[in-house]
Design a protein around this ligand. Structure first.
Ligand SMILES: [Fe+2]
Length: 316
């Protein structure tokens, strides 16, 4: 059926012609051609309508994507990991490649004092301080069940994460700390046939923060006048670690390897690929890793079957 007024008028005229044709004895083939003219108009109109509909949906989709990206870029401004890597990667300033030229391994320090560390404190080279946290109570007493008890027994513990601290699930299918602490025992222990898991979060709740800080200290060798954030993050789990990324944080990162071993793969930013190299290194329980994770892409993995637990924060 023709839809608009013009088409209705044409159709009316065609019907008149048809009627007159029938009266004058014209054959069915010719009559079908009249129908085709009318239906052709319908088809064109339908195609036009479909095109308009598709264009409308596409426009709405593009506007939605752009709006989400814009909101994300604002919301992720102080997050440990940006919620939209593409926005961060597209908006970060280009690096001066001198930070990674001729760097093929981390600086390794042993028994370093604050005074000795001062000359390394702000170097862009990755550093491992060996055996720096072996004395932490956390190396013996932190465990999945200890954190589970702490979160289950503290009122408002999970809500504190929703209100200020970030939960990171990396590639794990667990989307909140509550889900992590509700895992079946077999999965918690990464028993055969269970999916490995690896997550991280910040301890924002004041009671929980006060409690966990009894088990570790900010490494003593870090500069006394450095600025430190209000909390530390815990990362624990099996095998999968973090995918390659940059951190969108305001300071340098330190990470204490409390339990288990971890492999770090670091890579320069893409614009320095022609003069710098990616490389990997291995850390053991008791080590502290220091890295400017804003300019070094980094990914981590944990040897199969091992449970890794780290305390991580920033200084600057
Ligand atoms: Fe990171």
């Amino acid at each position: 059926m023709c839809k608009n007024n013009e088409n209705r008028l044409i159709k009316k005229r065609l019907r008149t012609v048809q009627r007159q044709a029938i009266e004058r004895g014209l054959d069915g083939v010719l009559l079908k051609q009249y129908d085709f003219i009318c239906n052709y108009n319908d088809e064109v109109e339908t195609k036009r309508t479909n095109k308009k509909l598709i264009a409308g949906i596409l426009s709405a989709f593009i506007i939605l994507v752009l709006s989400v990206s814009f909101v994300n870029s604002i919301l992720s401004a102080r997050c440990l990991l940006p919620s939209n890597y593409l926005v961060w990667e597209a908006t970060r300033p280009l690096a001066d490649c001198s930070y990674c030229e001729n760097v093929t391994k981390p600086i390794i320090l042993w028994n370093v004092t604050r005074q000795e560390f001062a000359s390394y404190a702000f170097t862009p080279r990755p550093i491992i301080v060996k055996n720096a946290i072996k004395h932490w109570r956390a190396t013996k007493e932190f465990s999945f069940n200890m954190f589970k008890r702490l979160y289950e027994q503290t009122a408002g513990s999970y809500e504190s994460l929703e209100e200020g601290c970030q939960f990171l699930n990396f590639k794990t299918d667990l989307f909140s700390l509550r889900e992590v602490f509700s895992m079946p025992e077999a999965r918690v222990r990464n028993e055969e046939g269970e999916k490995p898991w690896y997550v991280g979060w910040g301890n924002c709740h004041p009671d929980i923060l006060a409690k966990v800080r009894q088990y570790y200290n900010i490494p003593e060798f870090l500069p006394e006048d450095a600025e430190f954030p209000a909390t530390e993050n815990i990362f624990f789990g099996f095998e999968i670690g973090a995918v390659m990324h940059l951190d969108y944080i305001p300071r340098l990162m330190w990470q204490g390897q409390v339990q288990g071993n971890k492999t770090w793969l670091v890579a320069p930013v893409p614009e320095c690929d022609h003069v710098c190299h990616k490389f990997q290194y291995y850390v053991e329980p008791g080590d502290v890793v220091l890295l400017d994770t804003r300019i070094w892409y980094h990914a981590t993995s944990i040897p199969k079957g091992q449970f890794s637990l780290t305390v991580q924060s920033e200084y600057g």
